[in-house]
Design a protein around this ligand. Structure first.
Ligand code: IPE
Ligand code: IPE
Ligand code: MG
Length: 247
């Protein structure tokens, strides 16, 4: 029996976030260079995006490139940037066909100009799609995002558009790049690493974490279903007691 058949349709997470890790190790395992691992990873992005949309997930957020990843060897950074532009260009038709909106979060202006413009075109061209929002975290880090929010808050405070006593969790959330999106209910990280690596620290305060040893290029449709079934088997208590949740 496939894990797909065990998914409870009424209990689907609205928002799944994924730290796609392990491309480099996958490449090494197959005697290939790291770039080949990233290319293989793109195919998995395609599959998981399509499967998530079909399943009825409303938000899928993928960590594609962190602020810290800029410090990788220049060759790898450039290859990744090229891969992003090529993929985004190629996928525009499919995104529109499947009614998927592409969003991007991160310090997008730090991307090479050409990439930024290409990305912007695709974001605009899919802006009215509403079946699922696919968000790519590109040149993203949570600490960058939080500092950025603080700077904007201070600027709004200076211009008297915001009062200290009005800064609630909801107001603060709206200063983050994920404004308007629900927090992820499920965060998946592949490759066996048990860390968050500066991803959505504010947003995952109550997210269910799922770690799998599978390397990202080996992650399949069935692995996604398994993660969802595992998520659905958990009791989310939000500080309450189990008895409170059940009654
Ligand atoms: C994830 O795979 C992709 C990016 C961070 C861009 P890695 O490239 O980190 O793969 P490993 O961790 O070296 O195996
Ligand atoms: C996290 O992966 C970032 C992305 C998946 C884009 P890394 O491979 O960069 O994470 P660390 O450095 O091992 O924590
Ligand atoms: Mg890694």
């Amino acid at each position: 029996m496939s894990f797909k058949d065990k998914i409870i349709k009424e209990k689907l997470p609205r928002h799944i976030a994924i730290i796609m890790d392990g491309n480099g190790r996958w490449a090494r395992k197959h005697g290939k260079d790291r770039i080949a691992g990233h290319q293989q990873g793109v195919d998995v992005v395609r599959t998981i995006t399509e499967v998530s949309a079909k399943l009825g997930i409303k938000y899928l957020t993928l960590y594609a490139f962190s602020t810290e990843n800029w410090n990788r060897p220049r060759f790898e950074v450039e290859a990744l940037m090229d891969l992003f532009v090529e993929t985004i260009k190629m996928e525009l038709k499919t995104l529109n066909k499947n009614n998927i909106r592409l969003k991007a979060i991160g310090d997008l202006e730090s991307l090479p100009r050409e990439n930024y413009l290409r990305l912007k075109e695709t974001l605009d061209a899919t802006a009215s799609n509403d079946r699922m929002t696919l968000t790519l975290a590109l040149s993203y880090s949570s600490r960058w995002e939080i500092l950025n929010a603080v700077k904007k808050i201070i600027s709004d405070f200076d211009s008297q558009q915001l009062k200290a006593e009005n800064i609630t969790e909801t107001v603060f959330s709206n200063y983050l790049t994920t404004a308007g999106m629900p927090d992820p209910e499920l965060l998946i990280r592949t490759s066996g690493e048990m860390r968050i690596s500066n991803f959505m620290i504010w947003q995952i305060a109550y997210t269910e974490l799922y770690f799998t040893p599978k390397l990202w290029p080996d992650f399949t449709e069935e692995d996604l279903y398994e993660a969802i079934v595992n998520y659905q088997s958990r009791e989310r208590r939000f500080g309450l007691t189990s008895e409170q949740i059940k009654s």
